[in-house]
Design a protein around this ligand. Structure first.
Ligand code: PAF
Length: 282
């Protein structure tokens, strides 16, 4: 595997490759990321990965400095997956001058859910993803459904800006007890790790109640509130547990419910100092 940090060197290395499959990451790789590499291989060749902890998507009180950086272990894992090039730019490589041009997603998608609790997050994500796509110029790019809203925001960006790249969604990989794999799980104490499974358990309970039917927007709200209260009683600090339409992540009205719009339930909650997110398609 070639490790490249400079944009021009990357372009030289990838010249003539028109079927590349790209997986952008922030490193600290786990099985979830590796499953993205395997899916990428099914959709293109060669597989290109990137590792870049993108300052633009972290808020002032978030964990940019303490975000886990495990470069050597990551390199070993990517080599085993047969990744052809790892693009690992420094901040100077990717942002040699202040990044003044940025991509601002529309507020009806970018400022809800994660965007409401992490202002500027999707602007930072879109800006770096667009820049990485411009550097790698892949045929396809793979993003995990664990970050459900991120996947939608990026897919819409690629569509609206007519980028010549197919966005491929990848299923969430879970630990045996159901906890979605995430780099942030590493922050959990042993007790918190045992408790963390309650997030997906709660989403499953919401899913069951929704599937029982006879719903109205008010009934959905009551289910969401009960789910938040349950987590709060167990010591969590929930930001949201919200049932949304899969197609636009807006709440379902009576007409949507009558026409059996496909739904997804999304959650974000803090356990101790660690903020976890997850979702379940209904
Ligand atoms: O999901 C992530 O790891 C990041 O948000 C991404 C897509 C690599 C952009 O920095």
């Amino acid at each position: 595997m070639k490790i490249i940090s400079n944009i021009q060197d990357l372009r030289d290395q990838l010249r003539g490759q028109n079927r590349a499959a790209f997986v952008p990451t922030m490193g600290n790789l786990h099985e979830g990321h590796l499953s993205l590499m395997r899916l990428a291989r099914q959709h293109g060749d060669p597989v290109i990965a990137s590792i870049f902890v993108n300052r633009l998507q972290f808020g002032p009180n978030e964990d940019f400095d303490k975000y886990p950086r495990t470069f050597e272990a990551d390199v070993e894992k990517l080599e085993k997956e047969g990744v052809y090039v790892l693009f690992a730019p420094t901040e100077k490589d990717l942002y040699p001058e202040p990044q003044e041009y940025r991509v601002d997603p529309p507020s009806n998608l970018g400022n809800i859910l994660e965007g409401e609790f992490r202002p500027g997050f999707f602007k930072g994500v879109c800006t770096v993803v667009l820049k990485l796509l411009a550097c790698v110029q892949p045929k396809v790019a793979v993003f995990g459904k664990k970050d459900y809203q991120q996947l939608m925001v990026i897919r819409q960006m690629c569509h609206q800006l007519a980028l010549p790249v197919d966005v491929i969604p990848a299923e969430t990989i879970r630990a045996e007890d159901g906890l979605a794999l995430s780099s942030r799980n590493g922050y959990l104490s042993q007790d918190e790790r045992a408790e963390a499974v309650q997030l997906i358990q709660t989403l499953k309970e919401v899913q069951e109640k929704i599937l029982e039917g006879n719903l109205s927007p008010e009934a959905i709200l009551a289910i969401e509130q009960a789910a938040c209260e349950k987590l709060a009683e167990r010591g969590w600090a929930p930001d949201y547990i919200s049932v949304r339409k899969r197609k636009d992540l807006l709440s379902a009205n009576n007409a949507d419910i009558a026409s059996a719009e496909k739904l997804v339930v999304l959650a974000a909650a803090k356990l101790g100092k660690t903020r976890l997110i997850d979702n379940l398609e209904i």
